[in-house]
Design a protein around this ligand. Structure first.
Ligand SMILES: [Zn+2]
Length: 261
């Protein structure tokens, strides 16, 4: 039997603001409807890790829903749709920005507001999981070991203090996490997702899990085809384009290709 495949979907903002980090609410709703119609299970990261450890089994194809940054539009636009379907996502919070606005590299203009702790606590009670996205939304590879440790440890502590539950999942800002950073994440968390494009499997390194950038699946026909198991060629083409762009863009720009994550 083939190893089960898990699509870890990556979202940021669900709004009409445009740009690579925003998905229109109607498109998001259609993407979620397509999952429900396909009858595919939405699982939690803990389920993937349990399967990895031999403590549980997975369906041949399941999905995990992730949202980076904790924008206010998650509560306003995304959660009502998810709740209707009974889908349970995870939201990664940069804790210094909670209740404020984005102010990191490549943000929208004007900056988009992030959820406050009251909203986050209410969502947690309704079934939303929360992970850490660092304290300050820093480029972790650029930090000293001490500063890196503080970004990882303090953000986790803050969310745990606020929500009274363990925080075991991490998403590095911009998807940037070299070997040293990944090793430190592994000391403090149980998983880390990046921006590497691909489908996850239980045997994958849990600290370098690939995700699907859902901006690439705004065409609902394309998304339905993927869910039906007919998306391999499109995904391979997208991965090739990204690799090419990365090689061209990085040397002199010194930035991550694409837009801010
Ligand atoms: Zn981010």
């Amino acid at each position: 039997m083939a190893e089960p495949v898990v699509d870890i979907l990556m979202y940021h903002s669900v709004s009409d603001r445009g740009g690579a980090t925003a998905i229109e609410p109607a498109t998001f709703a259609a993407q979620m409807d397509a999952i429900a119609e396909a009858g595919l299970p939405v699982i939690a990261l803990d389920d993937l890790l349990a399967a990895r450890d031999g403590r549980g089994a997975l369906a041949p194809h399941s999905l995990i829903l992730t949202f980076d940054d904790g924008f206010q539009d998650f509560a306003d636009a995304a959660w009502p749709v998810l709740e209707r379907h009974g889908f349970r996502p995870i939201v990664y919070l940069p804790t210094a920005h909670v209740g404020r606005s984005e102010d990191w590299r490549g943000i929208a203009d004007p900056p988009r507001p992030l959820m406050g702790w009251g909203t986050i606590a209410a969502l947690a009670a309704e079934g939303v999981a929360f992970g850490s996205h660092s304290v300050s939304h820093a480029d972790l590879d650029a930090l000293s070991p001490e500063a890196l440790h503080a970004e990882l440890e303090r953000s986790r502590q803050r969310i745990e203090d606020r929500l009274g539950r363990r925080v075991t999942h991490f998403a590095p800002p911009y998807g940037i996490a070299g070997p040293a950073v990944r090793a430190e994440i592994a000391r403090l968390y149980r998983s880390s997702v990046g921006t590497r494009l691909g489908r996850a499997r239980p045997g994958d390194d849990p600290f370098d899990l690939p995700r699907l950038e859902m901006h690439y699946f705004r065409d609902i026909g394309r998304w339905r085809a993927h869910l039906a198991g007919r998306g391999a060629a499109y995904l391979a083409a997208r991965r090739g384009l990204r690799a090419l762009r990365g090689m061209v863009a990085r040397p002199w720009q010194g930035t991550v290709s694409g837009s801010a994550r």
